[in-house]
Design a binder for this molecule. Structure first.
Ligand SMILES: [Zn+2]
Ligand SMILES: [Zn+2]
Ligand SMILES: [Zn+2]
Length: 140
């Protein structure tokens, strides 16, 4: 018989550490990789091991507290997202992610689906490109 007890992730044992890691992710300007967050925590005088940072970020993502994005270098990066349905503008140059709190594609998605006899339960849409800061920098 299969047990699922291991889902009570060991990384979440210390709520203090979990909170510190969550706060550190929230303080980042853009999604952050485990390695970078570990370095930032260390610079701030906090002593979380890299394995713990990895595990905790993964557990927070699994439980829906953090969203994962990929960095321009192709690493997994974590971000605290607004609650509820929303979209993102993602800069492929600097990795900045902007939250788009409104949803303007709901009607389009339902129209497309209805024509094909498809019942929509949800949709996702993120927009990729170069952010205003990076565009300005490129022109300068
Ligand atoms: Zn978001
Ligand atoms: Zn950018
Ligand atoms: Zn939407």
């Amino acid at each position: 018989m299969k047990r699922t007890v291991r889902r009570l992730t060991p990384g979440l044992r210390s709520t203090r550490q979990r909170r510190a890691i969550l706060e550190a992710v929230a303080a980042e300007e853009r999604p952050v990789s485990a390695q970078d967050l570990h370095a930032h925590l260390r610079n701030a005088g906090q002593s979380a091991g890299l394995a713990t940072v990895y595990r905790t970020l993964q557990a927070l993502a699994d439980s829906g507290v953090l969203r994962t994005f990929s960095t321009p270098a192709g690493e997994i990066a974590y971000k605290v997202c607004e609650p509820g349905h929303h979209h993102h503008l993602i800069c492929t140059r600097c990795g900045r992610v902007e939250e788009i709190p409104s949803c303007e594609v709901q009607g389009w998605a339902e129209g497309i689906a209805r024509k094909r006899g498809f019942a929509v339960s949800s949709h996702q849409a993120d927009i990729y490109g170069v952010c205003a800061v990076c565009s300005r920098r490129r022109r300068a």
